[in-house]
Ligand binder design. Structure first.
Ligand code: NCD
Length: 306
């Protein structure tokens, strides 16, 4: 049975810390890894739009000396002819050594993995999970703060449909002494199942609020998110909620000087471009980190040691 990463908890905390250490080494000495995956192939099966996740996976495999194949929309695959996800993945696993898959349906990568002969990585499934964005976020927090424990993190925006939030809350609930502040409109609160599984089960204290301004001075990390238009059932609700939070330089005036601002991107309107110049903005560094942590993950799942 190949090793898959469908949920962030498919990796132990020790394994995640190890991936971060390898990614740090890759950032310091990329040449050491440039032939690690020669003759290996990564397939990217993207049934949903993507810029960073797909291209960082491909860039990661190319930087390891491997090659890439795949598709970036369902319409150009046999899905358009009615093929099941299981059969598509079974087919691709005959060609590729490892598969990264994104799908609009929650659970699709898990179901597909039952038909694969090679490791499957969930690159985002509907409004559910996004474990490799979480690894990217953890590497970024580690590089910004020098540790993965003992801080207050505010998640702001669409906590209901934001899959990156669900996976990161899950991952951070396994580290010590983290305070969670969940900032959203009532309609976009963190789903109950995430609270139950990640926070309540372990008695982790958390606070829910709709005011970013009120909690800004307390935050060590601010994780901004986009309101997930494609997951709404009606446009009216989206239009009403889309600009609930817009981070501007003025809003940051009462934030800590050591704050780190993260965002999985794409941003729509929730962070003003003028914030990019603030030294606390870490989201463009986060984009770069995404490539290195995916390099580390590919090596791990292919069981390649450098
Ligand atoms: C996120 C996603 O696809 O869930 N993007 C990403 O992978 N970096 C966030 C989003 O789309 O809002």
């Amino acid at each position: 049975m190949p090793r898959n990463v469908i949920d962030v908890t498919d990796l132990t905390v020790d394994e995640i810390n190890q991936l971060i250490a390898v990614a740090e080494d890759m950032i310091a000495s990329p040449a050491k890894y440039q032939n690690a995956c020669v003759h290996k192939q990564l397939a990217t099966l993207f049934f949903e739009p993507s810029t960073r996740t797909r291209l960082s996976f491909e860039s990661a495999m190319l930087a390891l000396g491997g090659s890439v194949l795949g598709f970036s929309e369902a319409a150009s695959s046999s899905t358009a002819k009615g093929e099941t996800v299981g059969d598509t993945v079974h087919t691709v696993s005959c060609y590729a050594d490892i598969i990264a898959m994104r799908h609009p349906k929650e659970g699709a990568p898990y179901a597909a993995a039952q038909f694969s002969e090679v490791p499957i990585i969930n690159a985002g499934d509907g409004g559910h999970n996004h474990p490799t964005q979480t690894l990217t976020d953890l590497l970024t927090i580690h590089r910004e703060k020098g540790r993965l424990d003992g801080f207050t993190i505010g998640f702001c925006g669409d906590l209901k449909f934001g899959r990156t939030v669900h996976s990161l809350v899950n991952a951070l609930s396994r580290y010590e002494n983290i305070r969670f502040i969940l900032i959203s409109p009532t309609e976009l609160k963190l789903p109950r199942y995430v609270k139950e599984e990640a926070l309540k089960k372990q008695n982790i204290p958390y606070q829910q609020t709709d005011s970013l301004d009120a909690v800004m001075p307390e935050l060590d990390i601010l994780y901004m998110t986009r309101v997930q238009k494609e997951r709404f059932f009606n446009e009216e609700d989206y239009l009403r909620l889309k600009d609930s939070y817009i981070l501007t330089p003025e809003k940051l005036e009462n934030a800590k000087s050591g704050l780190s601002i993260l965002h999985p991107l794409p941003r729509v309107n929730e962070i003003a471009v003028s914030v990019d110049r603030d030294p606390r903005a870490a989201y463009w560094k986060q984009v770069k980190n995404g490539k290195f942590i995916r390099m580390a993950l590919i090596l791990k799942l292919l069981d390649i040691h450098v």
